[in-house]
Ligand binder design. Sequence first.
Ligand code: ATP
Length: 509
Amino acid sequence: MAKEGASNTDTMEKLVSLCKRRGFIFQSSEIYNGLNGCWDYGPLGVELKRNVKEAWYQAVVRDRDDVVPIDCSILMNRRVWQASGHEKCFTDPMVDCKGCQKRYRADKVRMHYLLAGAEVLWKHAYEGDDPADFDKISKSVRKSYDHLRNQHKAALDSGAAADADYLVSQAPAGLPRICPECGGELTEARLFNLMFKTYVGPAEDSATMTYLRPETAQGIFANFKNVCDSGRVRIPFGIAQIGKAFRNEITPRNFTFRSREFEQMEIEFFCKPGTDMEWYAHWVGERKKWYAALGMREENLRFREHAKEELAHYARGCTDVEYKFPFGWGELEGIANRTDFDLKAHGEAAGRDLSYFDDETKERFIPYVIEPSAGADRSTLAFLCDAYHEDMAPDEKGQMQPRVVLRFHPRLAPTKVAVFPLVRKDGMPEKAEAIFRALKKHMSAFYDEKGAVGRRYRRQDEAGTPYCLTVDGQTLQDDTVTLRDRDTMTQTRLPAAGIVQYIRDKVGV
Ligand code: ATP
């Protein structure tokens, strides 16, 4: 990702600053000091995220015969969230620091100790001049702590399914609970529901209260019967949806990775009980292919199958797709075999029959469901991290200079091609603009006539544009242009006639 020697924190900082400078991602409400956990996509960011969503839609809906799309409202009847279990159980344990008032997810504080080691604690104990603090850490806690930490490290190092997160969740409750930032004392953990409340209509009471959806999946379950009855589908089939979701995360962080407003790309794939494990394996395979086809580097991606003990009581399998971000491994997508849990729960709560009748076999059953549930923002961030490179490139005088380049797969690149006249005279701008207009009909293209051409190349490298087309003196003589490749930096001279189709073939649009 980064050049050797650059630290991971450096890489993330550089990426965040690049995202702002070049118009990928801005902090929401920045002129009012922002709103924690909310982000805005700028011109290049919109194109990039759209390309991610379109690539997903193409793969899971258009390229298949057995998945149909849906677009549900964000606000739904509160009973949906009661039936799904979200109202009761969609909670995280929260602790506050009595010293600096920082708030944490209790499980993440434990994680902190497990990952960072006891250094912070030792440091505070030593510096605090209070031997009693130090004694609080009993030998036995330290021992089990060390044991877990070693296991955790081994699990991370081997990338095995043997489950770093699960081990974290097993960290002894007796681990000392102090603030990772200031060493202050933490409160007892309280459960905090992550759903945002809102009211429908003018009265603000419990009868009008509902939530902003924390996931898109439940809209799909609530519409299962509608889609079946509209007659286009037969089991096995899936329903896919892209849309906003909202979670009042206790500690939003790591740029867009953990936001309070984000977009999901979810599929609920309904199948006959008994065929579910086959379909589960099918979807794990399909999703693997998707990330690979968009050029995500293999070494930065892992598919982590949950151990049996980690599974929800109703689930028969779950695989997390994880990416190695500069801040560590993080989930991009969960693929779960949820059995008939959701349809059963909604059927019972709504008093409706959500079973399916197979008119060929004359069987009636509640379908099982496989749920590949991905985040559009997290994937976009992962593609950004994966694309980020620093290397050396010659400047106008042939001197090697450091360059930042986003090596996006052409399908994801926000701008596919930039068109330049070498200089602003001799009819070059007119010719370049005509080519630009022709290209723009088919793809996102950019026209730039300002500054030295070398600098224009570099600006496009930083934006991840795979090709730059230049109209120069020779164009006016023999109607050829140069096409410069972002990654190899080679320039090829090609006839201007047919160049639009040539580039379309190259970028796949
Ligand atoms: P995490 O454990 O990281 O909180 P999760 O397991 O709760 O995630 P799911 O409920 O399975 O996440 O949601 C499916 C996908 O939605 C996730 O894999 C992720 O890509 C995306 N997602 C979930 N929460 C967030 C968030 N706060 N910000 C951005 N994307 C999110």
